[in-house]
Design a protein around this ligand. Structure first.
Ligand SMILES: Cc1cc2nc3c(=O)[nH]c(=O)nc-3n(C[C@H](O)[C@H](O)[C@H](O)COP(=O)(O)O)c2cc1C
Length: 252
């Protein structure tokens, strides 16, 4: 009986051990599978996350590229607009910085001033005395001679607006007794010609500038004086070609 009980105990123990041993392997396999699944999910999630990140980065790069392209376009537009604005400014400046001032009693010098404006643009300014000169030629000869002998500076009726805006000033006048009319000296002495370019022009019966050029130079200190143009009153009408050639040679 004792022997039988011993065999029974041994079998029970063996069965228990076998049972325990089998259950543990199953649990391990399940755990392994779960771990593997978790790992796979993690990898999948990681891949998804990476994909998402890449997508987001691609979008970001695309957006950045678009933004850069837009910025470049905007800059190009800005540069184009700036260039257009500069071109406009240069054109405006080229037209606005020239003044054509002239004295004229019988119209010849005025006609010449108009031809110059046709060539270079700019603004016209008529030099006029506050007290107008007589319409009588012989009386005028006497008045003009007396004023010259006195070194008169007749008062003028108007002033140039925005003098500082002009860089180039054409100054025209008729020959009166081999000199400029005294009113022209009033004009020259009134304004500051420092840094300005002064270009004389003249009409006469035959005497050209006479001695007026030295007087102009003295009365406009600081000016750069370029070669002038002179024509007889009778030839003003036909002077357009000569005026054009003269202006071309000035290098303005
Ligand atoms: C008072 C006076 C003096 C003049 N003196 C001279 C002179 O000495 N030499 C000369 O060649 N022409 C002389 N002229 C002629 C003018 O210079 C010439 O007619 C000129 O073209 C007139 O210009 P304007 O029409 O712009 O006034 C004189 C004219 C006047 C009215």
């Amino acid at each position: 009986m004792k022997r039988l009980f011993g065999v029974f105990l041994a079998c029970t123990l063996a069965i228990s051990l076998t049972a325990c041993s089998g259950g543990s392997r199953e649990n391990e396999t399940a755990a392994d599978t779960e771990t593997q699944m978790t790992a796979t999910e993690a990898v999948t999630e990681e891949t998804a996350a990476e994909t998402e990140t890449e997508t987001t980065m691609t979008e970001a790069v695309t957006e950045e590229t678009a933004a850069e392209a837009e910025t470049e376009m905007t800059m190009t537009e800005a540069v184009t607009e700036e260039t257009a604005a500069e071109a406009e400014t240069e054109m405006t400046a080229a037209e606005e910085n020239i003044l054509i001032a002239y004295f004229s009693w019988s119209g010849n010098t005025e006609a010449l001033a108009g031809m110059i404006q046709s060539e270079v643009g700019g603004d016209l300014f008529r030099i006029e005395t506050a007290e107008p000169y007589t319409d009588d030629y012989d009386t005028l000869l006497d008045i003009a001679q007396a004023e010259q002998q006195e070194g008169a500076r007749p008062q003028l009726s108007g002033q140039v607006d925005n003098w500082d805006s002009y860089d180039v000033i054409f100054v025209g006048y008729p020959n009166w007794w081999s000199d400029a009319p005294m009113a022209v000296y009033t004009f020259l002495e009134y304004y500051d010609f420092t840094g300005k370019t002064l270009i004389p022009f003249n009409t006469s019966a035959s005497g050209g500038f006479g001695r007026s050029l030295s007087g102009v130079e003295e009365s406009a200190p600081g000016a750069t004086i370029l070669d002038g143009f002179t024509v007889t009153g009778d030839n003003v009408e036909n002077a357009a070609g000569d005026v054009s050639a003269w202006i071309s040679g000035l290098g303005l």
